[in-house]
Design a protein around this ligand. Structure first.
Ligand code: BGC
Length: 573
């Protein structure tokens, strides 16, 4: 029996200090798609307030809200025109304050997205820059450059936008002639700031203060690895760019200069009471490179994209766990675990297809072809992955709908696609809308399956159309079903919270047969997590099953299953 075998690997990873973010479960709210209270088919802040009870019952510790600032919504709020206000589509500063206060009254925390790499092209600063001359103070807040070629007709370098096409757009100067170019690593409506300019740095300190004063607990730092560009903006060594996940050595990613910014931010965060934090979205590789963002004087957490993009399999997952834990151990920061977010294909689909290629599907025809998709197999793996993730040491980030087992919506009609990737890729990539479809709350179709408080809104009228069977995944539909995905998440989060060893940083591999792995989270091995892949395993004789991602009959763990075990008589709970 594997439990009695010698320990194969042991990782002792002590986080330097325990903060709330060391082992918190944070629930990502994609505001546009979470809950619509004012009945316009678009999610809003009052919608979030109306669902706080649900989040409490789910058992999460914190929520993260995607950008809620005024925005022309070219990239669903990641194009911000004012960092210190709220988009009227979502509410107002007063409603935001009401939410922050209610979150706290419910014993939860709230972090908000901050987008420091770029603004909207409608931001006052960018409008001022367009109206000013080359070399002006106004232009120096962004990355304006003269073009190459005799008349400046070629972009200043070969950088490509993450969404497709060149990362430079040429502007018309005051004299009506084509003039300088500005840099946008994302859409042309998202001009990049010049972080060499102290005015930009000071502005963001002011923005952080603005929200810290309103009592947010922290920030999710968008494109944290992109703020500083290599000196002289040299050509990139690669011509194409493979989207957000492409973490190769580009002159605009992961430059050492970014760390100085986060050191300053950390000082600011620490000057506020109540453990304020920031988590970085930095698509960098390997985890030892991500670890630099969470050195003791920098940010608190960084998303673990190594785990998110790992292939489903014994060896690959095990080594990703090792890399992740070792990477963070080097800097004494908590590890994080992520399976989903608003930029990647939902895990249900990724895991089923045997690949974890998380990027948006490349071929628009292929993704409409759903015949090959085995939903049963997908569910089995997604349940196993969820239970595995919730047993690992550190912090967990859930993405709305993950707890409902929502699949990617693969057949949104092309005339309804909203993601800028669709247009910017020349209609070659459908983009990320498939994981952003509004949540189904109720079985009945009214109000787009309860997404909208306006019962007249049909599934087709929500800002992204919902599939007609969406009600099957609804929270209401799963509420009373003991073996639903929702109950699995609720039960696992509950057990995790009541079991001190699951909140500790203790982690040790146990010996196991080739096609499974086993780890313990307690010194005395009283708690075990077993994960099987192609081949099942028996439950060891002296252990009882606490939770399992699949039904266990005759003490036999089926393939592709995660099981939490406690030693008989040890009363882990
Ligand atoms: C966000 C994306 C967004 C991009 C540009 C990201 O990494 O998560 O949704 O499109 O930044 O702001």
């Amino acid at each position: 029996m594997y439990v009695s075998q010698t320990v194969a690997t042991s990782i002792s990873h002590e986080v330097s200090e325990i903060y709330w973010w060391s082992n918190a479960i944070t629930y990502q709210i994609y505001i546009r798609s979470f809950a619509d209270e004012n009945g316009d088919g678009i999610g809003d802040i009052r919608g979030i307030i109306s669902r706080l009870g649900y989040l409490k019952e789910l058992g999460v510790d914190a929520i993260w809200i995607t950008p809620w600032y005024p925005s022309p919504q070219h990239d669903n709020g990641y194009d911000v025109s004012d960092f210190m206000d709220i988009d009227p589509e979502y509410g107002s500063l007063e409603v935001a304050q009401e939410l922050i206060d209610k979150v706290h009254q419910n014993g939860l925390r709230i972090i908000i997205d901050i987008v420091p790499n770029h603004s909207s092209n409608e931001h006052r600063w960018f409008q001022d820059a367009l109206a000013s001359d080359p070399g002006s103070h106004e232009r120096n807040r962004y990355l304006f450059r003269d073009g190459k070629g005799e008349h400046g007709e070629e972009p200043p370098n070969n950088w490509q936008s993450v969404f497709g096409g060149p990362a430079w757009t040429r502007v018309v100067e005051k004299n009506g002639e084509l003039g300088q170019w500005y840099c946008h690593i994302f859409a042309p409506q998202q001009p990049d700031f010049n972080w060499e300019n102290s005015e930009v740095r000071d502005h963001f300190i002011q923005v952080l203060r603005f929200w810290l004063d309103r009592n947010v607990d922290g920030f999710r730092v968008d494109v944290a690895h992109g703020l500083v560009k290599a000196e002289g903006l040299p050509d990139a060594p690669f011509q194409e760019h493979f989207g957000l996940l492409d973490s190769r050595d580009f002159p605009y990613w992961d430059q050492d200069g970014v760390h100085e910014i986060y050191r300053e931010w950390r000082k600011l965060l620490d000057s506020y009471p109540g453990q304020r934090m920031a988590v970085s979205e930095a698509w960098v590789n390997p985890p030892s490179r991500s670890a630099l963002y969470v050195r003791p004087d920098e940010l608190a957490n960084t998303f673990n994209f190594d785990f998110l993009t790992v292939k489903w399999g014994q060896e690959s997952i095990k080594s990703s766990i090792d890399r992740s834990i070792e990477g963070m151990a080097a800097v004494g920061a908590p590890v994080t675990w992520v399976l989903n977010n608003h930029d990647v294909v939902r895990a249900v689909n990724r895991l089923e297809m045997d690949f974890m290629a998380a990027d948006s599907p490349k071929d628009p025809e292929l993704v409409i072809e759903t015949d090959f998709f085995d939903f049963q197999r997908a569910k089995i793996r997604a349940r196993s992955a969820a239970l595995l993730m919730l047993a690992l040491p550190g912090a967990v980030f859930l993405y709305q709908g993950e707890e409902l087992g929502l699949p990617e919506v693969l057949d949104i009609p092309v005339d309804r696609l909203q993601d800028p990737i669709w247009k910017m890729s020349g209609n070659k990539e459908r983009g990320r809308d498939g994981c952003r479809v509004p949540l189904p709350w109720k079985v009945s179709v009214d109000g787009a399956f309860g997404f909208s408080a306006n019962s007249e809104i049909t599934p087709d009228q929500s800002w992204l159309p919902q599939p007609l069977d969406w009600g099957n995944f609804s929270a209401e539909g799963q509420e009373n079903s003991a073996d639903s995905m929702l109950q699995l998440y609720r039960n696992a989060i509950g057990v995790r919270k009541r079991n001190p060893s699951l909140l500790s940083s203790h982690f040790r591999w146990m010996g196991s047969p080739d096609d499974s792995f086993v780890f313990t989270r307690s010194e005395d091995s009283s708690f075990l997590c077993v994960v099987t892949f192609e081949v099942g395993e028996p439950v060891p004789p002296d252990y009882a099953v606490l939770l399992s991602s699949q039904e266990i009959e005759f003490r036999q763990i089926p393939p592709h299953t995660t099981v939490w075990l406690e030693r008989n008589g040890s009363a882990c709970l």
